[in-house]
Design a binder for this molecule. Sequence first.
Ligand SMILES: Cc1ncc(C[n+]2csc(CCOP(=O)(O)OP(=O)(O)O)c2C)c(N)n1
Ligand code: SF4
Length: 338
Amino acid sequence: MENNCITTVQDFKMEQPAKWCPGCGGHAVLAAIQRALPETGIEKEKVVFVSGIGCSSRFPYYINTYGFHGLHGRGAAIATGIKLANPELSVWLVTGDGDSMAIGGNHFIHLLRRNLDIKILLFNNKIYGLTKGQYSPTTPKGSVTKSSPDGTIEDPFLPGELAMGAQGNFFARVVDTDLEMMKEVFIQAARHKGTALVEVLQNCVIFNDDIHAEITSKELRAENQLYLKHGEPMLFGKNKELGLIQEGTRFKVVKVGENGVKKEDILIHNALDHDDTRDYMLVRLSRPEFPIAMGVIRSCEASVYDDMMYKQMAEVRSKSSIKTVDDLLCSGNTFSME
Ligand SMILES: Cc1ncc(C[n+]2csc(CCOP(=O)(O)OP(=O)(O)O)c2C)c(N)n1
Ligand code: SF4
């Protein structure tokens, strides 16, 4: 799929600006993907963005590639069909937390389980934006919303945890306030062979403003974000003075230089490990005890559904006596009318 053709950011821009609200996190995600795609070397004509319904699902209109705006929750099924019909395409599914985790939850988990070579951008603003502020499966417990005037009484899904449970092989988390992080991670997702899920912590400035502020604000982000990179120590904080170590089955935050803790004691991130035990622990890190894990948390090679399907079709064809439509029509039980 990849070649070294030259595309530019401009190639992926539309003449009209995106019609999201001013200040919506979607604008930054769009800018980041428009910067990432030229660096992947994928031909523009091979890129297709597919979506369901929601503010986030307006995405295919705002990027200058092929696109398919589908039905609520059904983007995963449409993307699956497109990829299987033409595996040469670079297929991107853009979805919201309602679109993917509520109405589309079933399609979503099976896409991850099957491991089709599809990239998913999950805009997690923890609310239904398009329909004006009802709570979603990722809304924090107790939130007062249009559909929960006395506060929600449900525990939310963590998309990362759901991805691991569905046997997902690539999971990353980014924030819409960090263009460089988004670009780097989108490129890694594009290069991963298999389903790659990127959860974007996206701000809905109208119906859930500042929902991610504890992680994204200038004052708090260094201490509250652990930006993981494969092969590098799990360090965070303004001067990278804080880090994670493991004690038994739990992580612990330590300060380098305090209580004899050396930099070498800090855990090294291994995104390629097939054992997902530590990935599970990382996606579940939560405030106030821990920072939130960002970046590519898991990136494992595994058999890809589209490859296997085409291989199986070739094998069946090579063994079959049916080579043409006539062969098919004359096969099995046939009879002639006298
Ligand atoms: C079958 C069906 N049910 C309900 C709706 C109404 N609806 C449209 S978008 C949406 C939720 C969107 O929320 P989310 O996926 O989080 O996207 P956001 O708008 O926040 O980006 C709902 C319930 C619909 N369009 N179709
Ligand atoms: S309602 Fe929220 S999610 Fe939708 S475009 Fe406006 S800010 Fe973005």
